[in-house]
Design a protein around this ligand. Structure first.
Ligand SMILES: [Zn+2]
Length: 179
């Protein structure tokens, strides 16, 4: 009250700006869908003028990792005016389709990517057809146009479509980093 606003932003404000910046970053293989909506942001840590972000890798061979990291760093620097920004890929946790937000699924549906309805622990993926919503679908090919996508076929409307690959299915949890 009666005091000038503190020119130094609180950690919370910086953190908010970082999340907003991350909302503008997308996986080059899924244009228009932010890495936040895809559930790829594991953590954001802001301390003083230092920002550290950890992302969850979707698929180890995904070619977009280096690009996404660079885009995220650039977006955060622009949004916060901070230089000490680093973004790294988690070595301990893996992404899975259940982390995608409802908004993320809406965008993916527009790209012709069906929603994965089960968690990796529940066995074979059940993927709903993005065109008719049917779950009478079969995996046709593990390898789609990108390493992180598979091709499915809908037996109901007879359309092929893509689904996301749950990385945990193909790679056991990586050994904890350290030593
Ligand atoms: Zn269908």
């Amino acid at each position: 009250m009666g005091r000038l606003p503190n020119p130094r932003r609180s950690g919370q404000e910086v953190e908010k700006a970082v999340w907003q910046a991350l909302e503008t970053v997308s996986d080059p293989e899924m244009p228009g869908v932010s890495i936040v909506a895809l559930g790829m942001v594991e953590s954001v840590r802001c301390r003083g003028t230092r920002v550290r972000v950890t992302l969850l890798p979707t698929y180890a061979a995904c070619a977009g990792q280096a690009i996404m990291r660079q885009r995220a760093i650039a977006a955060i620097r622009r949004a916060t005016n901070l230089e000490d920004v680093d973004v790294s890929w988690s070595l301990e946790a893996l992404w899975s389709a259940e982390k995608v937000t409802p908004e993320g699924w809406r965008h993916l549906l527009n790209l012709g990517i069906g929603q994965t309805l089960n968690t990796p622990a529940e066995g074979q993926d059940v993927v709903a057809c993005p065109y008719c919503g049917s779950t009478d679908t079969v995996l046709q090919s593990r390898f789609g146009p990108a390493a992180c996508r598979s091709v499915y076929y809908c037996r109901h409307c007879r359309n092929p479509f893509e689904g996301l690959v749950n990385i945990t299915r193909f790679f056991p949890a990586p050994a904890t980093a350290g030593e």
